[in-house]
Ligand binder design. Structure first.
Ligand SMILES: [Zn+2]
Length: 154
């Protein structure tokens, strides 16, 4: 039996990189921190598309996130690259690490959660914020197939 232990990842853990669809040429493009050493959520970001050479910088004081809303990145609000319709919903991930996380969650037969030693149970944990349909055992096979399909697009 596979076990899945919530390592208290939050959505913030997956902000290092976003794979996006370039709005100019529809190719797969990327958003990264301009300074890789600056780990702040508000560190300036750069969008760059290798296919058409588009490059754009982000430096603002505010992030608008739509976790249950549109599958777009937090900074430029461009469409995410890693997405596929699944179970009447849209399955999406910011990047491959995020996709790995979702896959590990869905694969796990036994899900464990441990309260944080300092703050106790917290719904900031990404684990507890995955939508209900992803947590449903009956959707398991369909979700794993959808994830495999997304991987082929990278
Ligand atoms: Zn482009």
């Amino acid at each position: 039996m596979e076990r899945f232990t919530d390592k208290r990842d939050t959505i913030y853990s997956f902000q290092d990189e976003f794979l996006l669809q370039c709005p100019s040429c529809q190719s797969c493009a990327i958003v990264r921190r301009i300074d890789p050493e600056d780990v702040s959520s508000f560190a300036p970001r750069r969008f760059s598309c290798k296919a058409c050479g588009t490059s754009k910088d982000w430096s603002e004081r505010k992030i608008v996130r739509s976790w249950y809303g549109q599958p777009v990145d937090d900074y430029f609000h461009y469409p995410l690259w890693l997405k596929v319709p699944c179970c009447g919903q849209m399955l999406w991930a910011y990047n491959l690490q995020h996709l790995d996380f979702i896959e590990a969650f869905v694969r796990a037969e036994l899900r464990e959660r441990k309260p944080d030693e300092q703050s106790g149970w917290s719904n900031r944990s990404l684990f507890s914020r995955l939508p209900k349909w992803m947590q449903s055992r009956k959707n398991r096979e369909a979700i794993l197939k959808a994830i495999a399909k997304i991987r082929q697009s990278v």
